[in-house]
Write a protein of this length. Sequence first.
Length: 330
Amino acid sequence: MTPPAVAGEDHETVLEFPDNRLLIDLCGEFDRNLAQIEHELDVHIMRRGNKLSVIGDARDKAAEVLRALYARLENGQQLDAGEINGEIRMGGAGNGDDGEPGTQKEMFSGDRVEVATRKKTVVPRTRAQTDYVRALFENDLSFGIGPAGTGKTYLAVAVGVNLFIGGHVDRIILSRPAVEAGERLGFLPGDMKDKVDPYMQPLYDALNDFLPGKQMAKLIEEKRIEIAPLAFMRGRTLSNAFVVLDEAQNATTMQMKMFLTRLGEGSRMVVTGDRSQVDLPRGQASGLADAERLLSGIGNISFNYFTSRDVVRHPLVARIIEAYDADADG
């Protein structure tokens, strides 16, 4: 990998990129990638041959972002608006390395974290996401707590797939409480799988981003990937598995205790939830809140927290969350 050369003046930073084809991809169609960086960082970027000249107070940060994005292209990765936004948030921390895919060296390169899966390489887009992914690799039990759209479940499933394809675990088990269904579950058409699958769909969606469809279907058929309601976990011991409990704010205290005590030899567990979206009946305590209170401070258990600043969906989502939070505080 040949990093772009840098020449600096008082008012501009000039980057030289050796591969013109990659530079075209870096700029994007009609220079839309450059336009996104210009808008987000309030800089001006001019292209001259195989050089980019960056002008503005944030030119050094913009240069780091451009170098990091170019390194992604050299590693065979694609760029989209979300990936560019992530690099801007992270300040272009780290430019990747030449480690083998899936090795610990590649996953943790300086301030940079990458999670390789069958279909794509996932890179956290905020500092909180980076700390969270590190915790998932380093702890047997991890909690991710924060609002919707912050990547809690998505990143957990990515890490689970990474550990599965690397042979570190034998199974992936994904679960959610089917609280929304309540007594209506029995009135839905079809067998039990048909009844609960709509509530599990976000987990299927995440898996589909990381595994080819045929492989995913085969693994589900072989029970090496399981997606099931929380109630189905009772009485089991989950060994050599990567286990995710999503929407954990809707688990009762007893359900949470039941789930956490399923942890078996060689397994890792991740619990994700949003304390502001509890759908339990009025007066019913959330098991997520109790677990947070009881388990903080225990070794090999991590708690990672997200805020509206970590939302990686449409920019309006962060503002919507902030508006509701402000109303609740008022």
